[in-house]
Design a binder for this molecule. Structure first.
Ligand code: ADP
Ligand code: MG
Length: 278
């Protein structure tokens, strides 16, 4: 059991001034965001804005170079920790493109993660098999995937359900979902979104609910997984944040008004021309 889990209180994930590069090019130019247990924050933005980069940097992907800033979970700095240590601290990533792991069934992956977290009881083969079967049923994942190698021969949508199953069983403190909706049909999307939404509620013994950072292009996911806050990420910076209405507005208008961080900031800030043209 991790220290964070043991105290049982609500947690906070704080991203401050996060700058990162990939392939020698700075992609994130100072991202600030604070997420608490039970909250759902959506991150929306055009292709290439740096959304997936943010998700990889949070989880500690070795291909991304952190240039500055911090990411703390209940005050503990995560940058510099190995990916498995971030997972043990309570962070989970459902990547945009889940990797296939030939030869390793999903039950082995989950069992290893549960044992590493000191949750041996849940890792018992019968207990885990029952839980996996229940969760698979709820999100419409065919039982065959529970015995197959992780993500091998799975369609895009099936991989997203497999990610959701892992999330449901590992019950992390915070989950970053990178386009969890991509490849899912309407019914699957609803089932998956509802499962994640259920995880955001406090547990039966009062454990705080899951905090979610949902990266998505579409409002559809957010109809079931209602966000508390919607952030717009453009060119590696959050240029606007607002309530759920912002997602509706983006669906109508696109990101045209937000293509340049300088323009977007002035558009929502004080009139830069002091009323000269009004
Ligand atoms: P998003 O998820 O918002 O569509 P990404 O974070 O995937 O955006 O990409 C942001 C930018 O970083 C893009 O310009 C992309 O081409 C670039 N990029 C991503 N991964 C790499 C990489 N491995 N090497 C070089 N550039 C990359
Ligand atoms: Mg992406």
């Amino acid at each position: 059991m991790t220290a964070a889990r043991a105290h049982g209180g609500a947690s906070t994930l704080t991203i401050a001034g996060l700058r990162a590069a990939v392939g020698g090019k700075e992609i994130l130019h100072g991202v600030d965001l604070q997420l608490r247990s039970g909250e759902v924050h959506a991150v929306m933005g055009p292709n290439g804005a740096g959304k997936s980069t943010l998700s990889h940097v949070l989880m500690g992907h070795p291909g991304y170079e952190v240039l500055g800033g911090s990411v703390t979970l209940d005050g503990v700095e995560l940058l510099g920790l190995a990916t498995f240590e971030r997972a043990q601290a309570g962070l989970f990533l459902a990547p945009q493109d889940p990797v296939e792991v030939p030869g390793v069934p999903i039950s082995d992956v989950l069992r290893a993660a549960l044992v590493a977290a000191g949750r041996d009881g849940e890792a018992m083969p019968d207990t885990l098999a029952r839980k996996m079967s229940d969760e698979a049923g709820e999100i419409g994942l065919a039982p065959a995937f529970l015995v197959r190698a992780l993500n091998v021969d799975a369609s895009g949508g099936e991989k997203k359900r497999i990610e959701t199953l892992q999330l449901a069983i590992l019950a992390p403190r915070f989950a970053v979902l990178d386009e969890l909706d991509s490849g899912l049909d309407v019914d699957a999307l609803r089932a998956v979104a509802r499962r994640v939404a259920r995880a955001t509620a406090p547990g039966a013994s009062g454990e705080p609910g899951l905090g979610v950072l949902a990266i998505t292009h579409y409002r559809r996911l957010l109809e079931e997984l209602r966000p508390d806050i919607v952030h717009v990420l453009v060119k590696g910076k959050i240029v606007a944040s607002g309530g759920p209405d912002l997602a509706d507005e983006l669906e109508r208008t696109g990101y045209a008004g937000y293509t340049d961080p300088e323009v977007a900031v002035s558009a929502i800030g004080p009139d830069p021309f002091g009323g000269l043209f009004s």
